[in-house]
Design a protein around this ligand. Structure first.
Ligand SMILES: *[C@@H]1O[C@H](CO)[C@@H](O)[C@H](O)[C@H]1NC(C)=O
Ligand SMILES: *[C@@H]1O[C@H](CO)[C@@H](O)[C@H](O)[C@H]1NC(C)=O
Ligand SMILES: [Zn+2]
Length: 536
């Protein structure tokens, strides 16, 4: 009896009880009227969970950094509603899985030279720990955009989390839905003055002896060639072949980098796999190094994806497989997963595609959360920058998030709840030809026939062929060891250092050591309690 009591007591005091993994992301309002009972219960259920959460200060053995490219807070809110509505609810009350993480902060995304950032400079901040100039990758701000200078290269080069992790024997992986040579993943392994130099053909003649293109850096240099998992698109950039429908760069040096990657693994005598479709990816199991490229350019938007076995995997499929391949490593792993096409959808004002990509991104996060242990795995979810999108008007509760804001008497026609400050959606909505006296210059969107199309452009009052990013802060959500390092408002470059601290590798490893010294005293306290209880 006493032993049972002691054990129960210890579970409570020392927090040894197994953590409850169930996250309730879909809260269905059961009562007809959401009265005080409903909101008290909701708040108290949440308090019950929040007050039981313990601060975890173990070393983060495994770290997964999820980057939703362009997933600003307006995208998080609207895609949460979209998610709820797909599940048959009004939507506003649902949560993305990452919104139930224990810690949240805000990130300042400006770059060294720009108020509103691009993905190259922001990824360099998050992965290498320094802010830099727009469109520059893997160098600090001494490097000049679009100019290669071999003297500056040496001193301005910065290492990334992948390199720091590999240096202490961690396994490393990168998963993206964009070309593997695109800005965000490239900041993890490349050093280049222009993010567009993905193929040799893109580098100006005068710089060809100064730098290698991004694809070659991935295959030939550290830390790219040491990556255990590489999943994304970009067969064309790798010289595997080309597709007439793919307008991104082609190699002109005749190199076949996928074949070079395979030959290098054979020389290293490690088990490896090179795959190009979902079925082949699913068959991977114990390979030490894998390269999976699922498209000539970017991977398809999930709503337009070929879901047959010979089509491409979803971001959740790739994340699950990556974790399966990386886990079991004695020193743990560092994995970066980019939901890269939220951004591309916004650039076209394709709100439906953007929201859907954000929901698929959350599926990957939920999958990762489900198959890892929060006592040894730190999961971070953030965005590199936001977009010029708003959720506006006064739509009623449960209104289709892709529909119209409530009509008002002083408006001739409805407008969309999701509108953009600029972009190609302008042309979808602008009336062509001369505007007669008293006529509106915009087409009433409720008369447009193609509103259900994946590529329907939402309203934008200023024409830009490509909608722009926006510069307000983005959120960062974290769960697991040292996730409390992310409570606050931070410069984006802090992210790499906080990860370095939590995982105790790289340049800021020592800053998380002080927390360790607190552990023996907690253990001692527990021991004391056991001894006292037994001899009482
Ligand atoms: C490049 O190498 C891959 C094997 O890694 C092969 O399947 C592909 O056909 C090669 N492409 C060209 C253009 O030779
Ligand atoms: C994660 O686990 C929960 C609870 O078991 C389950 O409802 C959910 O479907 C799982 N999510 C994924 C993406 O596998
Ligand atoms: Zn973008």
């Amino acid at each position: 009896m006493r032993a049972v009591l002691v054990v129960t007591f210890l579970f409570a005091v020392c927090g040894a009880a197994p953590s409850d993994k169930k996250q309730e992301t879909e809260i269905r309002m059961v009562k007809a009227i959401e009265d005080k009972e409903v909101w008290f219960e909701e708040a108290q259920n949440r308090l019950d969970k929040v007050t039981k959460k313990k601060q975890i200060e173990n070393k983060a053995k495994n770290i997964i950094l999820f980057i939703g490219d362009g997933m600003g807070i307006a995208t998080v809110t609207t895609s949460r509603i979209y998610r709820g509505q797909l599940n048959g609810n009004t939507g506003e009350e649902s949560f993305h899985s990452f919104e139930l993480f224990s810690n949240v902060g805000l990130i300042k995304t400006y770059t060294v030279n720009m108020q509103v950032p691009d993905s190259a400079a922001t990824a360099t901040a998050m992965l290498c720990g320094v802010k830099t100039n727009q469109e520059v990758i893997g160098f600090d701000a001494n490097a000049i955009y679009d100019e290669c200078n071999s003297e500056i290269i040496g001193t301005s080069k910065v290492e990334s989390l992948f390199k720091w992790a590999q240096d202490i024997g961690k396994r490393t992986g990168v998963v993206t839905t964009t070309r593997i040579t695109h800005a965000t993943p490239a900041a993890g392994y490349a050093h280049i003055n222009n993010r567009d130099w993905e193929c040799d053909s893109e580098i100006p003649e005068e710089y060809k002896s100064c730098t290698k293109d991004i694809a070659r850096q991935l295959v030939e240099d550290e830390p790219g060639k040491n990556l255990n998992v590489i999943f994304g698109g970009g067969l064309q950039q790798m010289g595997f072949g080309s597709s007439p429908s793919e307008s991104s760069c082609k190699r002109t040096d005749g190199k076949n980098l996928t074949s070079q990657w395979e030959n290098d693994r054979a020389t290293e005598r490690v088990s490896y796999g090179f795959v190009t479709n979902r079925e082949q990816m699913e068959a991977l199991s114990t390979e030490q190094k894998v390269l999976g490229l699922f498209g000539y350019g970017h991977m398809s938007f999930d709503l337009e994806r070929d879901t047959t076995p010979t089509g491409s995997p979803s971001i959740a499929d790739m994340t699950e497989k990556a974790i399966e391949l990386l886990q079991g490593a004695q020193n743990g792993y560092f994995l970066m997963v980019e939901g890269g096409r939220i951004d591309h959808a916004h650039h076209g004002n394709y709100a439906r595609l953007a929201l859907d990509e954000a929901v698929r991104f959350d599926e990957a996060i939920e999958k990762a959360f489900n198959i890892t242990n929060e006592d040894d795995t730190l999961i971070i979810v953030t965005a590199d920058h936001s977009h010029a999108m708003t959720m506006n008007g006064y739509p009623e509760r449960g209104n289709d998030i892709l529909g119209f804001a409530q009509k008002t008497t002083d408006k001739e026609f409805a407008y969309e709840t999701i509108t953009y400050a600029n972009g190609p959606g302008y042309n979808v909505h602008k009336k062509l030809g001369a505007i007669a006296e008293g006529e509106y210059m915009w087409i009433d969107p409720s008369t447009l026939q193609n509103r259900d199309d994946t590529r329907y452009g939402h309203f934008a009052p200023i024409y830009e062929s490509i909608e722009t990013h926006s510069g307000e802060d983005v959120a960062i959500y974290a769960n697991g060891p040292f996730s409390h390092l992310f409570n606050g408002v931070f410069e984006q470059s802090y992210v790499a250092h906080a990860i370095s601290c939590a995982g105790k590798f790289g340049p800021s490893a020592d800053y998380c050591n002080s927390a360790l010294s607190a552990r023996p005293s907690a253990l001692l306290l527990c021991l004391l309690i056991i001894v006292r209880s037994l001899f009482a």
